[in-house]
Ligand binder design. Structure first.
Ligand code: C2O
Ligand code: CU
Ligand code: CU
Length: 523
């Protein structure tokens, strides 16, 4: 196996023991970009049927907990008609299986790294760290980047499922190779249900549908073409929804609720319906908004989740409605990037229940009640490209590692409310900024109110070029958590830092629950 010295440093002492440590540079640097599959070989938009990822059942349950087991394994995906795409998948599926969790019931998820010792073409070691994005997990189960699980090892992740109902997602977070691992397929949704969400007459069940949007580029063989454009980002010429290129979905003449997740490594979207009609945002990263927000366009950065309701009642049977994308600034674009998927209206009978959007959704969420006056501390974070490195307040994750994980960018006290100002003062790129552990409220953007669809609990904020956003949050929990840009290429190179929630009750060390090795026959 070949590791760059930088890779070895970033895994740190903790995992280092398990690895052979040559100090030469990664062979990756020497590779040239392979040719791209001709556009004429791609399926025309809306010719592939829509598909929903499978829901995984627990292999065991007891009074308090549901237990799951997931193998991260290579597999051949059927994405483009007539071609096979080698990918890595949670249980060999892309996207991985959806988890349905219930507020108050714990989940223990065994994640087995059954990936090869070395990526077949990129030649890095696909160590993993699984992050449940949207969960206030304890630090040792939060997918801390340097808490890696190497091929042949596994780790049990414990999830509290204490917060409000929401759309979460689990994805890889392994240090230095998050972008490659996620582009290879390690991403999936996780739905947390609570009594309020269940009691509302919004669409449920078959009318509550995940839409995991990502993009990819292919080689003539069908293999993915992975190019990070000199650490600026990975951009595909194919838009995938739930792993299918520009799919077409049959819809009945009623309301549907879509859990829209941007799982792209680097691409942002500005969604719209080609009818020009409005659709309604009812939920943000942290679950239901206080009130629904009707919109005609929705700008969505990587890792953001929006729950939207589209009402197909007014369209005649046979009508096709296209979900389009007015690409935001600072993406690399290709033909058909302006299309996402199609909805084809059919006349089938449907259950008329839960076909409404109440004016009041979740008015009582404490994070939405925070005001600037509640903040006991104000901090500023500058997201800057400096000397070819992506930095936060001049620091990188390398600096965190070099400090033996002691460096922290902020030390909020447990229970405190703080006001964080996030700035992207340059042109040329945008940064979707993610803060682990918390839900936050967006106070303003460049001194103006946030977009109507952002008026709900969030954990990622789109920070476009020359944008400054102010965020309010309360820190519960304790210990060290990451904060980073969710352009995963920026994150890997190296726009990531950490903060520590300081508690009188002590702390939890993110590196205190190492993974274990699995005997060969169990892989
Ligand atoms: Cu979705 Cu730290 O990540
Ligand atoms: Cu997260
Ligand atoms: Cu960024």
């Amino acid at each position: 196996m070949t590791l760059s010295r930088r890779d070895v440093l970033k895994v740190g002492v903790f995992a280092g023991a398990a690895l052979v440590l040559p100090l030469e540079r990664s062979v990756r640097a020497a590779t040239v970009t392979p040719p791209r599959l001709a556009a004429s070989k791609l399926p025309p938009p809306f010719t592939v049927p829509f598909h929903v990822p499978p829901v995984l059942s627990p292999y065991r349950t007891d009074e308090t907990t549901d237990y799951y087991k997931i193998y991260m394994k290579p597999f051949l995906a059927d994405i483009l008609p007539g071609l096979k795409t080698p990918m890595f998948g949670y249980n060999q599926s892309y996207p991985g299986p959806t988890i349905h969790a219930t507020q108050g019931r714990r989940v223990v998820m065994r994640q087995v790294n059954a990936l090869p010792e070395v990526h077949p073409t990129l030649k890095y070691t696909p160590w993993t760290s699984v992050h449940l994005h949207g969960s206030p997990s304890d630090p040792q189960y939060d997918g801390y980047a340097s808490d890696v699980t190497n091929p042949g090892q596994y780790k049990d992740y414990h999830y509290p499922n204490t917060p409000t109902g929401r759309t979460l997602w689990y994805h890889d977070h392994g240090v230095s190779h998050t972008a490659e691992n996620v582009q290879m397929g390690l991403a999936a949704q996780y739905h947390l249900y609570d009594p309020l969400e269940r009691s509302l007459p919004i669409p449920h069940g078959e009318f509550d549908v995940p839409l995991i949007v990502s993009d990819a580029m292919f080689q003539p063989s069908g293999e993915l073409l992975i190019d990070n454009h000199d650490h600026s980002g990975m951009y595909g010429d194919v838009i995938l929804v739930n792993g299918r290129p520009w799919p077409a979905m049959k819809v009945k003449r009623r309301k549907y609720r879509f859990r829209l997740l941007n799982a792209s490594v680097s691409r942002s979207y500005n969604f719209f319906l080609d009818t020009g009609d409005k659709f309604t945002v009812i939920g943000t990263d942290g679950g239901l908004m206080p009130h629904p927000a009707p919109v005609t366009t929705l700008r969505q950065g990587m890792a953001e989740r929006y729950e939207i309701v589209i009402d197909f009642r007014k369209y005649p049977v046979g009508r096709r409605i296209v979900l389009g994308n007015k690409s935001p600034k600072n993406n690399i674009n290709y033909p058909n990037i302006d299309k996402v998927m199609a909805f084809d209206v059919i006349g089938d009978a449907f259950n008329p229940k839960d076909n409404a959007i109440p004016d009041v959704l979740n008015p009582g969420n404490p994070v939405m009640g925070l005001t600037v006056a509640d903040a006991v501390q104000t901090r500023r974070f500058d997201f800057v490209r400096a000397h070819g490195q992506w930095t936060i307040n001049g620091k990188t994750w390398d600096d965190v590692v070099a400090s033996n994980f002691s460096y922290v960018a902020a030390s909020p006290k447990q229970g405190d409310v703080e006001l964080w100002e996030v700035r992207n003062l340059s042109g040329g790129w945008f940064h979707p900024v993610h803060i682990h552990l918390v839900d936050f409220k967006i106070v303003d953007r460049n001194g103006r109110p946030p977009f109507a669809y952002e008026a709900g609990p969030k954990d990622v904020v789109y920070t476009g070029e020359n944008e400054t956003v102010r965020l309010l949050m309360r820190f519960e929990g304790r210990g060290k958590y990451m904060m980073h840009c969710h352009n995963l290429v920026h994150e890997d190179h190296d726009m990531m830092t950490q903060f520590e929630v300081v508690s009188d009750s002590g702390t939890d060390d993110p590196l205190s629950d190492p993974c274990s090795s699995l005997p060969e026959q169990d892989l």
